[in-house]
Design a protein around this ligand. Structure first.
Ligand code: DX5
Ligand code: ZN
Length: 226
């Protein structure tokens, strides 16, 4: 199974005073998706932003909005997120005692369901939900903050997850999020990741959004998702 490698630009690292421009720059740079991190100050320490930012992003781009819910009780917000324009909705395994129900709720609302796992949450816990999701988000840092260092032990998890997906015989994306840049991207792709979330690597530093995105894409050229 070969999947194209996609890049999802995380708005968390963008300049909010000119969010529209920053989204347009990412689109011009050729990113595939826009990643929107919703944080509640409970599941993760910070509060980031919510629906108004998703709605605003929807107005300036036609790219798929990839909404990452780092919130408790995500089931209370699914329909609103999809109505606001989310094409993909990711909930955390760690926040959902009724995960199968939430995944169905996302699909019925009209978005692609996705489940995220923290670095210390084992891949084997996903076996019974894999048949129902379109993507798994493997956190490659602890969720809550941009600009953190990639946790190396997650590489083994990505490979393990890709093998489980292959034996299932369904196309399921593996998204990686946290510490992804030109130095870490080749290894995650070789291990099996098909969607790279990048915040700091795209919006941080002194390079332009276009140059930063090109460097990230170039780092995985020739790599194939196994
Ligand atoms: C962190 C968020 C990420 C964050 C990644 O909890 O889920 O999406 O924006 O930031 P970088 O790419 O800077 O590690
Ligand atoms: Zn994220």
């Amino acid at each position: 199974m070969t999947l194209p490698v996609r890049i999802s630009a995380s708005l968390l690292a963008a300049d909010f005073t000119r969010l529209g421009q920053q989204i347009e720059q990412a689109e011009c740079a050729g990113v595939d998706w826009i990643h929107v991190d919703v944080m509640d100050g409970t599941f993760v320490p910070p509060i980031s932003f919510g629906l108004p930012i998703i709605q605003a992003a929807r107005r300036v781009t036609a790219l798929p909005l990839d909404v990452h819910l780092m919130i408790v009780h995500p089931e209370r917000h699914i329909e609103a997120m999809v109505d606001a324009g989310a094409a993909w909705v990711t909930v955390h395994y760690e926040t959902c005692p009724h995960l199968h129900r939430v995944v169905q709720q996302i699909r019925e609302a009209g978005a692609h369901p996705s489940v995220a796992i923290n670095p210390a949450t084992p891949v084997c816990l996903l076996d019974d939900i894999l048949p129902f999701v379109d993507m798994v988000l493997v956190m490659t840092v602890n969720p809550g903050y941009g600009g953190q260092r990639f946790v190396d032990t997650t590489l083994r998890k990505i490979g393990d997850l890709r093998a489980r997906i292959e034996s299932l015989g369904r196309e399921i994306e593996i998204e990686v999020d946290g510490g992804i840049h030109a130095g870490t991207a080749p290894d995650v792709v070789t291990s099996g990741a098909s969607v790279l979330v990048a915040g700091t690597a795209i919006y941080g530093g002194s390079g332009s959004v276009v140059a930063n995105t090109a460097a990230l894409r170039e780092s995985v050229l020739g790599e194939t998702v196994r």
